[in-house]
Design a protein around this ligand. Sequence first.
Ligand code: SF4
Length: 516
Amino acid sequence: MPYHEFECSKCIPERKKHAVTKGPGEDLTHALPLGYLNTIPGSISERGCAYCGAKHVIGTPMKDVIHISHGPTGCTYDTWQTKRYISDNDNFQLKRTFATDVKEKHIVFGAEKVLKQNIIEAFKAFPDIKRMTIYQTCATALIGDDIDAIADEVMEEMPDVDIFVCNSPGFAGPSQSGGHHKINIAWINKKVGNVEPKITSDYVINYVGEYNIQGDQEIMLDFFRRMGIQVLSTFTGNGSYDELRAMHRAHLNVLECARSAEYICNELRTRYGIPRLDIDGFGFEPLSSSLLKVGRFFGIEDRAQKIIDEETARWKPELEWYRERLLGKKVCLWPGGSKLWHWAHVIHDEMGLDVVSVYTKFGHQGDMEKGIARCEVGALAIDDPNELEGLEAMYKLKPDIIFTGKRPGEVAKKIRVPYLNAHAYHNGPYKGYEGWVRFARDIYNAIYSPIHQLSFLDITRDGIPDEGGFKTQRMLSDTSLSEEVRKSNYMREYTGTLDIITPLREKSYPEFNKKP
Ligand code: SF4
């Protein structure tokens, strides 16, 4: 049987069906790990709740909005914009976070009054911001606060403001994925169709399921604009509230993260007849074929091809430099959801890494199926792991690096396994051709940092041996390379600059004539 039983979880037998090893020639479609189920009591999961999925993942990247959590401060603290989804309005939504700070007395007597006070106070404190989202939490849902009624009351009293209410308390699903669904559907039900946009191109898209982590959205926007495509809205990274109310006027929904945002695409197709095209901005090949797909849809494939040729010529030699040094390194690919299948094959094909494990905290079985199909034989696939299982997997698999969130990442560091932040990145953006090279550089820096070797020294003793000398990153990475590779005139290290996003915000684009 391909199911994998963790030693540490033998006392929780239900966990056994949540982990599978990919054996040679095995068809895992009949033995996928269970997924998207309530966490088993006794297993301390690392998942976020449905409120977190709605607010932290999808709602808060919207930039021109006051985001209020109606509940105890703890809920807000847990979702405090730590994901580095930057925005081009001075990161308003990243810098300021709001909560109604519900306490015991509000649970007893109700918290609607305090919510209304908070809404008015927040709008007064930021008079330039006229849009707001309010998120329900467990406590205020359980006492039955009617947030929609309060929002309507305020909108009547303050006609220049608009408020969106998301009813997705923590218990509204087994994981944050439940919240993704709730906010997708709430947005299309309550807000889409309320604003009419100005159409400036023959080719108009919504860019969906993209959260502008360290500038990913802005990198992709640059490609679309170079192709003469108007991006009506981005759901939701660097996205504007009013632009997102006009999603119904796009010709095409270009979908990046299907796990978090396919629901709104499917509804836009059903209600407004807008087709959906799934793309992938990570990796040279997936990105190139994605740009070609979008180009083909509009009959402007040549514009996509021009970008692909230019970008590949510019950045391929740098990717190759890192590939030579990363070949055969073992990676545990442990992101939250869809990156396990967005990245599994392409980090192998384009960077030479071997994926020895995939896991997901909130993915569904479909995500696992795609992820497992794309990783190496022998890989261990785990659904909703607990911390002890993660540790046991690392001891067994001995990865050279793991890609994960910061909580499991810090655990990995304690056993001297380097980690890269797969959620918020280290030195992103990672999308785009240059971004992919930046990702390779971060992996290289993490794996070959001499700190991992130094950390094995026992500094509690006198007389630390120093005869080996200090090894540099380059010494560690280049010892097994051939002379030809080391002296190559073609390959080179990353030559970009620290900030590649700010210049894009000032860039001008070619004018393409609109059809009469
Ligand atoms: S589970 Fe409930 S109480 Fe906990 S953070 Fe989520 S919304 Fe708040």
